[in-house]
Design a protein around this ligand. Structure first.
Ligand SMILES: Cc1ncc(COP(=O)(O)O)c(C=O)c1O
Length: 362
């Protein structure tokens, strides 16, 4: 039924397949930045926590009776840790972005979104008709020009990522200043910055020493540095309350998995307690990158540009033969194909050195 389309995808070198990878491969591909995904001690802690309660499944929407004590504990602890008034746990980062963008951009409002924002946000802009303006990637000048042109009386909402998922670039500090200058609302997707940057690994707000205020909204995922699955939104209480009343994926979806939330809670507590240890480990990875590639990395996403989609796949295969797994990201996900290397704490420094030696040889 879709053979013609599939053939076209194959012809352009964009055909994707899911696969269970060999666990012996050294993982430089996943977003498990801190190596928590195989930490059985943490899993046991989460299971013990869950055991304290009679109910372990969400059963219904949060707004019926799916809201669990563990959800509540998680939200309160994360909001406090990050200096936000309130938080809400959401099923996934994709759903969190859909909720935010669909619900917050009302009639007369305008969304200003970075052109490289995650697909979940971009897809949702399709629901906004003419209430969206894309600005050039991480470009405060272009954003300001567009903000100036907007003379409606609705809200201005700016959407950016803390660390961009493909380039590893940090959101420009000047964009935070524009938020204040134009009294805009700001959505920051911290999927790749929470648990990775800032002295206590709290993300971009901490990295820039910015105290969250009522126009800041932080969204983050639990399936990356925090070694679980799901997502959260942190904001002022009245925005959280509005999302509970208007965010469709929050209202019309079963509450997030309780076991995943418990795992995220114990992992976030562990990361907070050991943040200086993790911070040091991350800095060591940056030193290795600098030594081998001469790049001063600011995040745990290292993109290596490749000439074509097919050479990207060939290079990935070559590295697999040597025992390493890296991401092969092709168009249309990125403009130019890249090897996406994640110098994660979960894989040893020695193996990272070996990976770079292999890259240099080819
Ligand atoms: C920047 C960014 N936002 C949102 C998401 C979606 O999060 P989730 O995987 O929890 O749906 C991802 C990737 O997964 C991402 O990279």
């Amino acid at each position: 039924m879709y053979q013609k389309e599939l053939n076209a995808i194959k012809k352009s070198g964009r055909f994707r397949q899911r696969k269970v990878w060999d666990k012996e491969l050294i993982d430089f591909a996943s977003n498990d930045y801190l190596g928590l995904a195989n930490n059985k001690k943490q899993l046991k802690k989460a299971l013990n926590l869950l055991d304290e309660y009679t109910i372990h499944s969400p059963k219904a929407s949060m707004l019926v009776n799916g809201y669990h004590e563990i959800h509540e504990r998680f939200e309160q602890s994360l909001a406090k840790l990050n200096g936000f008034e309130e938080g809400i746990v959401v099923g996934s980062g994709f759903l969190a972005n859909v909720s935010l963008i669909e619900a917050l951009v009302r009639k007369k409002d305008m969304l200003f979104i970075d052109e490289e924002y995650h697909a979940s946000g971009m897809m949702t802009t399709g629901l906004l008709a003419d209430r969206v303006v894309k600005f050039r990637h991480n470009d405060p000048n272009d954003l300001e020009e567009k903000l100036k042109k907007f003379n409606g009386d609705g809200r201005k909402i700016i959407a950016v990522e803390g660390v961009y998922s493909m380039s590893g670039a940090l959101c420009d500090r000047a964009i935070f200043d524009l938020v204040d200058k134009y009294e805009a609302l700001m959505i920051v997707d911290e999927a790749h910055s929470s648990g990775v940057i800032g002295e206590n690994l709290l993300g971009i707000f901490e990295y820039y020493n910015i105290e969250p205020h009522e126009r800041h909204i932080k969204m983050g995922t639990l399936g990356k540095a925090y070694g679980s699955y799901g997502a959260y939104i942190l904001a002022s209480s009245h925005i959280i309350s509005f999302l509970i009343n208007r965010g469709k994926p929050i209202i019309y979806s079963t509450a997030p998995s309780v076991i995943d939330t418990a795992l995220a809670l114990v992992n976030i507590e562990t990361v907070a307690k050991n943040s200086s240890k993790y911070y040091e480990k991350i800095q060591k990875r940056y030193e290795i990158i600098e030594k081998h590639l001469g790049i001063r990395s600011q995040s745990l996403i290292l993109p290596i540009e490749m000439p074509t989609n097919s050479t990207t796949i060939e290079m990935q295969k070559h590295l697999i033969k040597k025992g390493f797994l890296v991401g092969a990201i092709r168009q249309p996900t990125v403009e130019k194909p890249i090897l996406r290397v994640i110098p994660r704490v979960g894989s040893s420094k020695k193996s990272l050195e070996k990976l770079f030696q292999n890259l240099k040889k080819t």
